[in-house]
Design a protein around this ligand. Sequence first.
Ligand code: AMP
Length: 282
Amino acid sequence: METVENFNKLNSIKRNEPLALIPTMGNLHLGHLSLIRHAKELNLSTIVSIFINPLQFGPSEDFSKYPRTLEADLDLLIKEDCDFVFIPDDKELLHDIKNLKAPLNNFLCGKSRPGHFDGVLTIVNRFIEVIKPEFCIFGQKDFQQQLIIKEHLKKINSNTRLLTHPIVRDKNGLALSSRNGFLSKPRREEAAKIYSYLKEISEHIFNYDQDEEKFLEYIKTLKDLYQKKFSEEGFEIDYLELVNALSLESLKIEDKKILIAVAVNYAGVRLIDNICLTRSIS
Ligand code: AMP
């Protein structure tokens, strides 16, 4: 694996196959590694960036606490046969950077983390400008993030195509996340309830066979019921939303692709998860 730390070296890397960029903030786990494996299955070269992006953290968020485990990350990348790791220099990366405004920002995490997606998009866009990869790969764990970047790439007519990969979970169902390390083992077991509830909600929607005219009412009842359940289990809800999975807007009766998305604070840690389902409407 070749380490790339500046733009100059980026320009000289040998590209035998099409290149897939996989942006990360490090503290790598199987969720990240699954993105590399996905690229390998498609015979793509891989460039993983490791950069804890200061622009995507709000003033009261956990930037300084975010886990930094570079040595272990590099070992994992070598074992995965990753081709390149990009560890940009802050100064070079941020110099004269174009600050972008993210689309689809008025929903879900965009509402509760002002500026977060602007920061994400600004940096990812910079990576794409300097690396010019044929593909970039994102996890569906950050569903809104991949949608925003896809929308942006379309808008700027980019040659980089976005690929996604499903959420990788712990045995108990908890979505893998670098922030899970802030939870004790018993708390991680309890946090698995997040996925159980999402699955229950999706099953209720899937099995809905009542009057279609009353579907949106039913959705509202489900949302209220599960907000209560989450709270009773000690989750402090930021949002629990059932929305159109393409636009993130409120559901309409005819919507087929539904996103069930949740963000909670649990034991002082922000956790997000989602399920995307397709309804067959007769
Ligand atoms: P992060 O390091 O948290 O910024 O994540 C980097 C990339 O890994 C993003 O595209 C995430 O969506 C993806 N990712 C993180 N956790 C998971 C997971 N559990 N399953 C699939 N992808 C993930």
